[in-house]
Write a protein that binds this ligand. Sequence first.
Ligand code: NAD
Length: 810
Amino acid sequence: MAASGEGKGPAAPRFNVRKVAVLGAGVMGAQIAAHLVNVKVPVVLFDLPAKEGPKNGIVTKAVEGLKKLKPSPLGVPEDAALIQPANYEEHLGLLADCDLVIEAIAERMDWKLDLYKKIAPHVASHAIVASNTSGLSITKLSEALPEAMKPRFCGIHFFNPPRYMYLVELIATPTTKPQILDDLETFVTSGLGKGVVRAKDTPNFIANRVGIAGMLGTMREVEKFGLTFDVVDDLTGKKLGRASSGTFRTADVVGLDTMAHVIKTLQDTLSPETDPFYGSFGTPEVLKTLLEQGNLGQKTRAGFYKKVGRDILRFDLARKDYVPGGEKADEVYGRMLKKPAGERLKLLRNATGAQGQFLWAILRNSFHYAAVHLATIAETARDVDQAMRWGFGMKQGPFELWQEAGWLQVAQWIQEDIAAGKTLSDAPLPEWVFKGPVAEAGGVHTAEGSFNPTTGKFEPRRVLPVYRRQLFPELLRGEAGPRFETAGTTVHEDRNLRIWTLDQEVLIVSLKTKMHTISPEVCEGLQQAIEIAEKDYQGLVVWSGDEPFSAGADLESTLPAFIAVGVTAIEDAEGFMQQTMLRLRYASVPVVSAIRGLALGGGCELGLYSAKRVAAMESYIGLVEVGVGLVPGAGGLTYIARRAAENAATSTDKDLLKFLTEGFTAAAMAKVGTSALESRKLGYLLDSDIVVPNKDELLYVALQQAKSLYDSGYRPPHKRMFPVAGRSAKATIQGQLVNLRDGGFASQHDFHIASLIANVVTGGDVDAGTLVTEEYLMTLERRAFCELVQHPKTQERILGMLSTGKPVRN
Ligand code: NAD
């Protein structure tokens, strides 16, 4: 259950986690340690002593492995060095300094208990000890603990990969002290940036229980309706509002051995008495066959699918071999899935084709399963829906969709299907589905809260101070709460942006354009926002309630003017964008950009010209114009030149070229930071900027920053001239570019663009050390941009990007 943060007092975490110990450097332990490093928490990673070689061998090998893993568990690979390696033979003493111990060793009760016995004398008397087990009973694990440790023990179930998966399930035992769970929830939410759901101590907890039962059910229905994997994936991916890899490709990515392991836990820990769907938990024939063949999915390059050259083959059970794949679902179902929920489910249920019936069947099964199990696995329906959103990448959880489609009507359909023997189990829907508050309210989520079948009441979110940091938490359908689209006081709104305030102190500007691209109208709106902020507010925060921060300049919006008027239209638009950036930078109140997701091209520049940036850990920032055959044209290159001068000014080395190289390379190669930390390394965030682990806390932190800058007597920077590296540096860069081109590493057009970039960042044809203004460099930028816009190869790249979304190499 997520929670709200009513009340007053500090919203800062009170449980001070100075250091964490992670026990077990396997798949999960090593990645959890990496994520702790990402969010600046010191961590010591333990494993068994190696039998040969240095005793820390197992851990150091695992830490090395982190650098190569994809997607990267680390914000920047070199931070792997910050993980302190340890083993149980030599370093148990290190546990004394840890406020939290996370156990993530192999899934064996006896091994875990042995380890707890070993560490108990060394763990600090206040420390929380939590197990990452996915299948074992937390209560059983706790029973063998020393009495003093029991109140501080609980489950902490991360999902793989832990850096990217938002869900963490926390599980209490009957002896866990409630304060401990609140403390841990606070740390996991704000410190690690995760979404916490509290689960009951039942096999596989909430997300895996519902998710894996759902996958097994889906496989049953696939057999029943005789569908192929590629068609099923086409139906059960994005179109259904689920992870885009669908059912079977997801299984390939997860690993079929891991899948088999989780299925086995379901089989071993449940029974027909504890789970009436037990009959559908048998390992599917196809999975058995693939496992026997050693085809474990992506890691062995073959699973349900196999890539051969450019072709994707799919496994065919009858032939026990791979056959050509790529078959798509019938288009009619794609259209049905776009209809409003009520109509959608009705159409699917009445469909005569196998694909439609299949879709209804898997949705119905998911509703049926969730309703039958709600009371045993979770406190409220909210926990189930959040777990499925955050742990399985679903856009909506089962209860939300059911409710949206019309609660009683869908319940009726499920009941009819149960009676007709079409369901996976004949377990009846619980009484609360048809009678009492849920039936009256038309669903489980209401303005009052979400339904708890044990108390028979709708219960509000848990109140913890940390949730005051989430001004606009993710809401489930049917839930009431503040919405960023309408909250606060609107000062100005049009179709491009909204200028508004929550507290009458700081002004907020939120972009509304597609992918939050920046058109001349958006620039006008930004300038207007600055004007209003300067007059009546302490500062301006650039924040949008949904991702991305901004995908950059709106190329399409300038196209008609370009065709009608020619290149001067582009030059005007570029000039206007540049002026907007300077207006931001020299505003008399601080402008704070709150970045999450993509901040590309113009979006990156918007951040760069702000007084300060507050960025979610998952921010991907870069100047990517080269990809479409252009150069950064809204001050990005000017920034690179200025930064080089500023850095050189604080160094004894006055060779500007050295300070330019990093920025030049990033722009010329269109590098994008794969995290906020890497974006900082590329120079797109500064050391003084703030990286926020939880995306939902971004606005809160940005507002605080704006106020504190204002309170500290903010004044914009001086408008001063700065030295550029000049023609000699340009010649040096150019020499290297020639080598790249002649060596076949860059095309002639890439060479041309990079030369233009070199010309701008070095200040062009001037002596080294010449003092220039930002406006001067922006003129060079604009010229380069306009020259390229007219270049046929650039036009080819732009058109390619607009039509296919992929970069054209030419
Ligand atoms: P793993 O097999 O990759 O790693 C297990 C680690 O435990 C190894 O480093 C091993 O050296 C160590 N180990 C083995 N026997 C030990 C012993 N007797 N004493 C101490 N250490 C020992 O496993 P994993 O996938 O990282 O899983 C670890 C835990 O996390 C398990 O409880 C698992 O259920 C849970 N989990 C796994 C996933 C997943 O997707 N892999 C997801 C969530 C939770």
